[in-house]
Design a protein around this ligand. Sequence first.
Ligand SMILES: C[S@@+](CC[C@H](N)C(=O)[O-])C[C@H]1O[C@@H](n2cnc3c(N)ncnc32)[C@H](O)[C@@H]1O
Length: 230
Amino acid sequence: MHTSLLATTKRRRSRITARQAAALDQGSDRLVRIGDSVLGEETASLPLLLGLLDLLDPASDWVLDIGFGTGEPVERSALDEPERSIIAIDLHIPGVGDLVHRIESAKLTNVVVIEADARQVLPALPPNGLSGVRTFFPDPWPKKRHHRRRLVNESFTRELARYVQPGGFWHLATDWPDYADQIAAIVTASDLWRGGVIPRPDHRPVTRYERNALAAGRAPIDMWFERVTA
Ligand SMILES: C[S@@+](CC[C@H](N)C(=O)[O-])C[C@H]1O[C@@H](n2cnc3c(N)ncnc32)[C@H](O)[C@@H]1O
């Protein structure tokens, strides 16, 4: 296996607890695991994904949470905002197990989980089907030579817009000022989004990642963009 792929795979599986592993072993009709597969090559995955979306109330507001981390903030949002349905995507297997456990324990009916690279999943979503997207603390890839691995780039920004209805939102947060500058420059350069930096909203749950960033002296920068028609 290519060394960087090996490192990614190891990281995806790091430190899984017995509870998280049991939730994954047991499975859930609210979970689809695509992992590292390329969706186009994994013929079984697309119908599974579409079946997963069928579990969501079509009359609710669909919000995509890209890179949710641990299950706690999604569970809290799902309980606080029952009028919303959350499509939660992450590659990190322990976090996926955590969220599946929470969904089953709290009997949440407004969340589905996809273990995948969000970039693979977008084409399975209905165009204009999302009322909003959350991307809280995307991996910062702080070294300059790794910046090209950052999730938010021109093509992702353009592609994501296809799935967000006009007037819908994209709420991002990062603790890396140069990533915030990069996001603001890329997203505002697109004629599909308008917005910029906002004060930290109280409704965004504080996560372990954010607490660690604050302890290291890095304050969060929130950004809010509205989907506009070009
Ligand atoms: C720094 S953590 C932040 C987690 C969480 N949003 C928070 O605020 O605490 C970034 C998360 O994004 C996930 N991630 C990175 N690239 C991703 C991708 N292409 N698709 C889905 N998830 C991704 C990682 O596995 C990780 O859980």
